[in-house]
Ligand binder design. Structure first.
Ligand SMILES: *Cc1c(COP(=O)(O)O)cnc(C)c1O
Length: 491
């Protein structure tokens, strides 16, 4: 007998511990490590690169024989745990990422214990998921008859929503005939639209050229006049416009399109109106942002994430489709082995697998349920509102410093700025280096984007751990790195 067969199950098979007491002790220690990790999330660098020797250790042959659990766990705590991306740290502001919570962590643990398969059938997890979806409809102002599904994230939400939109518009039943002979469908979004929308059109067989990227105004919001003109031009050229995608929170600047204006055009033109609300849709929970989202509650569909501004551990997002029957008929198919019955475990009404491409699905709903119940929408909304305020605080600090240039007024929670360089042509490289310096020294983790041809240091504040002092630390470090790099270049 090797060591693992002594530790787990014995030679008779089975993978459970032989000695539950000793496993329990190890498990409690692991839980302590997890709680320590979150309790001390502000300690240490935001990020540290994975050292070469650790990469080397993580490159191993396929394990044929098992090792002691304690040894596997030790390898994890030495070689993996210290090298997180840093998005639990108060000075992580890269891309748009949530910070996680201890509450969500426990929910993940419990859902793993239950090992629920949420594709369908009649069990507790599905009632939780249905409850969470009902709550989402209420948060977004959607009607009770809307359809909804928890998904991995807004990329999947966008794909599912645009699948329904395509199926409703392509003409003859596209589920049967495919796109053979279908109309030449076109969709519309601003030039700032997230790439996941473009990818969705590729996957749907419409191709990336099918998306018309409409110009934006000075605040990076879709130009409604240009949108109307493009739709008219496409109709004249024999295309069949089918959907318009509004962005509630663009990834570069957090701009929110005029959703009500888009809705009006969509209604007149009989287009599907989808909102990519990945992070900003949850602004519905806060008074500062809700007015900017006017029209969201009248969209045909919406995608948004819990793992961004609600800090549910990765991964969890949601898609809502106003017309639940359209949602169902885009995906439902029940071969005999998935037949629902009116009683027993195969009962329980609509199954999640009827509303998306996945059959086996984890119990994502539990961490959302825990989060909503433990904090409540008021508290979650206040946390979002705090980030909204911090963006204005940071922008104020930037504006009062002549060495820094604010590249756009923050509309939501994203601040784009840069260190001024005496030669504008050199500013892009300088600021790219500053961001990499901040990340490599572990002081802070903003990311970069390009606005109007200028490389920006981009600070996206979806972080419930950030305090005002953290932004002061950021700016001191930017100034220090900027000056040092300019001085050494001048030598
Ligand atoms: C993050 C994001 C997405 C993609 O969402 P995932 O959860 O990463 O799949 C789509 N749109 C916007 C605006 C985003 O910020």
């Amino acid at each position: 007998m090797n060591s693992t067969s002594r530790q787990f199950g014995g030679d008779g098979g089975g993978l459970d511990p032989q000695d539950w007491r000793s496993f329990r002790k190890q498990a409690h220690e692991a839980l302590d490590d997890a709680i320590d990790f979150l309790e001390h999330s502000a300690a240490g660098p935001v990020w540290r690169p994975v050292p070469e020797e650790v990469k080397h250790k993580l490159n191993e042959p396929l394990p044929q024989e098992g090792q002691e659990f304690a040894s596997v766990y030790r390898q994890f705590s030495e070689n993996i745990l210290p090298y997180s991306s840093g998005n639990t740290h108060p000075r992580f502001w890269g891309w748009v990422q949530g910070s996680g919570t201890p509450v969500g962590m426990i929910a993940e643990l419990m859902s793993a214990a239950m090992n629920s398969n949420c594709g369908g059938r009649d069990h507790g997890a599905l009632y939780v998921e249905r409850q969470v979806i009902e709550w989402c409809k209420q948060m977004m102002g959607f009607p009770p008859e809307a359809g909804g599904l928890l998904v991995s994230g807004t990329s999947m939400a966008n794909l599912i929503a645009l699948t329904v939109a395509r199926n409703e518009s392509a003409g003859p039943d596209v589920r049967v005939a495919g796109l053979q002979g279908a109309r030449k469908l076109t969709a519309y979004a601003s030039s700032e639209v997230h790439e996941s929308v473009v990818k969705a059109l590729e996957i749907l067989g419409l191709g990336r050229e099918a998306i018309r990227r409409i110009a934006v105004d000075g605040d990076f919001r879709i130009d409604l006049k240009a949108l109307e003109q493009q739709i008219a031009a496409d109709r004249a050229a024999g295309f069949h416009p089918f959907a318009v995608i509004g962005s509630a929170g663009t990834v570069n600047t957090g701009a929110i399109d005029d959703l009500d204006g888009i809705r009006r055009i969509a209604q007149e033109e009989r287009l599907w109106f989808h909102v990519d609300g990945a992070f900003a849709a949850l602004g519905m929970l806060t008074d500062e942002i809700r007015p900017l989202l006017q029209g969201l509650d009248r969209a045909d569909s919406i995608g948004f994430d819990f793992h961004k501004w609600m800090h549910v551990p990765y991964e969890a997002g949601c898609v809502l489709i106003r017309n639940g029957e359209q949602h169902r008929r885009a995906f439902t198919t029940r071969p005999t082995y998935l037949q629902g019955l009116d009683r027993g475990l195969a009962g329980g009404g609509a199954w999640p697998c009827d509303f998306g491409p996945e059959l086996s699905r984890g119990f994502k709903a539990l961490k959302v349920w825990f989060t909503l119940k433990a904090f409540g929408t008021n508290r979650l909304g206040r946390s979002i509102g705090e980030n909204f305020r911090q963006a204005r605080y940071l922008a104020g600090l930037i504006c009062s410093n002549s060495e820094l240039e604010l590249l756009c007024q923050p509309q939501l929670n994203i601040v784009c700025f840069r260190f001024r360089h005496p030669e504008p042509a050199a500013a892009d490289a300088l600021n790219r280096d500053i961001v990499a310096d901040l990340q490599e020294t572990g002081i802070a983790a903003p990311s970069t984007c390009t606005l109007g041809g200028k490389l920006a240091i981009r600070v996206a504040i979806t972080n419930h751990r950030s305090r005002d002092e953290d932004f002061q630390v950021l700016l001191s470090a930017v100034l220090e790195r900027g000056r040092a790099r300019c001085a050494s270049a001048a030598v």
